[in-house]
Design a protein around this ligand. Structure first.
Ligand SMILES: *[C@@H]1O[C@H](CO)[C@@H](O)[C@H](O)[C@H]1NC(C)=O
Ligand SMILES: *[C@@H]1O[C@H](CO)[C@@H](O)[C@H](O)[C@H]1NC(C)=O
Ligand SMILES: *[C@@H]1O[C@H](CO)[C@@H](O)[C@H](O)[C@H]1NC(C)=O
Ligand SMILES: *[C@@H]1O[C@H](CO)[C@@H](O)[C@H](O)[C@H]1NC(C)=O
Ligand SMILES: *[C@@H]1O[C@H](CO)[C@@H](O)[C@H](O)[C@H]1NC(C)=O
Ligand SMILES: *[C@@H]1O[C@H](CO)[C@@H](O)[C@H](O)[C@H]1NC(C)=O
Length: 352
């Protein structure tokens, strides 16, 4: 073989003794990664003339044969976890043996996350991902995902080669934004470059967590300029379960029982809305300013003032008319009964 010859030239005699065993037998591939129950096969080659060559294994062993330089070990369905096939040749003065490295793997039967009762905001909880019957656990990597992003990974420092049950825990402290957040776990067998690409992977069904949280306003004070007509106060908050509302304000006598998140009011002033649920409460202040304070006070003074003035003027006018007609009668020599009657008729007509 060209490569072996090359090695002989490169290696000095001290090196030769070490490489000799390797040269006796070459197994391809040198490491085999097989799924449990799948077909496994490897070739053993020797450059030597020998007295016998064979494979020894708990499955698929091949009895010693002669006059071959090449022998294939094959198992149609590999169901032995700790199989260690060995290729051997018998030479004149020694037996040469080479082991085939085999990793038998199996994805989990199931991968599941415990269900989680509703959590209160900022409380700690643990999620558990149960991995059932996976092998070999030393190549297993369990990764937790929140929505689409990995949050934490776990490896298992165990040398068991047969299937085991393992679990991995994730501590969570959900915020209000995490309500309905999706969590899931993934089991990946990172079997290295000799293993299947991409690495065998299994994912759990997702769980959606439920988070309860107290009412909160994005802005707990709102200053509103009063316009024409009614003003809508919007007390929308974030709370789970949804809030119930109570309202307070000078102009709200008898209206405090309003349970809605918005309220229509007619007068400027301060109004307070209290949102509450089982986990807490929050207040929001609405300050409604008059559009133009001086202008409204002016109206407030002027309107009743004008009314009063009109009434007074009207009153004076009647009185003036009465005294005016009476005065002219005084100037006449003698008020006739008919004139008095006329005067009375005029009064009546003026009054109408
Ligand atoms: C073993 O050798 C045979 C013949 O050269 C080839 O067809 C086969 O793919 C080889 N198997 C492996 C696992 O290398
Ligand atoms: C794995 O376990 C071995 C022996 O139990 C220990 O020496 C080694 O430090 C561990 N490795 C890790 C990464 O925990
Ligand atoms: C893993 O768990 C399953 C179900 O609980 C059980 O049937 C099985 O025997 C367990 N396997 C091991 C290796 O403990
Ligand atoms: C909260 O409301 C006040 C008054 O309406 C306003 O000036 C402020 O910009 C608001 N802040 C936010 C964060 O919306
Ligand atoms: C109240 O404000 C919220 C945002 O804070 C908005 O989504 C909602 O549509 C508003 N409701 C009304 C009745 O204006
Ligand atoms: C309304 O509330 C503001 C802020 O708390 C306060 O400065 C103001 O005096 C209040 N106005 C009335 C009429 O209560």
């Amino acid at each position: 073989m060209v490569t072996l010859g090359f090695f002989r030239i490169v290696c000095l005699s001290a090196c030769f003794i070490l490489t000799a065993a390797d040269e006796d037998l070459v197994i391809t591939p040198s490491r085999l990664v097989v799924e449990y129950g799948a077909k496994a096969s490897a070739n053993c080659t020797t450059p030597h003339n020998h007295q016998g060559m064979g494979w020894e294994a708990t499955e698929g062993s091949i009895d010693m044969v002669q006059n071959v330089h090449f022998l294939t070990w094959t198992v149609q369905s590999l169901t032995v976890w700790d199989i260690k096939p060995e290729c051997f040749i018998n030479l004149a003065r020694k037996q040469s043996v080479k082991k085939l490295q085999i990793t038998v793997y199996k994805l989990p039967d199931t991968l599941s996350i415990n269900s989680l009762p509703p959590v209160i905001e900022d409380e700690r909880r643990y999620l558990q991902c149960d991995v059932q019957n996976v092998a070999p656990v030393q190549y297993l990597k369990v990764t937790w995902y929140k929505q689409q992003s990995p949050v934490k990974s776990f490896s298992f420092n165990e040398s068991t080669i047969t299937p085991v049950n393992v679990s991995s825990e994730l501590m969570i402290k959900p915020s209000r934004e995490d309500d309905r957040a999706k969590y899931w776990c993934e089991a990946k067998l990172e079997l290295g470059p000799d293993g299947p690409q991409p690495p065998p992977t299994m994912t759990s069904d997702p769980i959606h967590i439920k988070v309860y949280y107290k009412p909160m306003f994005s802005n707990d004070t709102e200053i509103i300029e009063a316009g024409d007509g009614n003003i809508m106060l919007n007390c929308t908050d974030t709370a789970n379960p949804p809030s119930v509302y109570t309202w307070e304000g000078l102009h709200l006598e008898g209206k405090k029982e309003v349970k809605l998140s918005s309220l229509s009011v007619s007068y400027p002033g301060n109004y307070t809305c209290t949102a509450s649920n089982a986990y807490g409460k929050a207040k929001k202040l609405f300050i409604i300013k008059s559009k133009n304070h001086n202008y409204t006070t002016l109206i407030a003074v002027l309107v009743p003032g004008l009314l009063l003035a009109v009434l007074l003027i009207a009153g004076y006018w009647f009185k003036f008319r009465k005294t005016a007609t009476g005065g002219s009668a005084n100037h006449s020599t003698a008020p006739s009964p008919s004139a008095q009657k006329e005067e009375g008729q005029e009064l009546v007509s003026a009054a109408i």
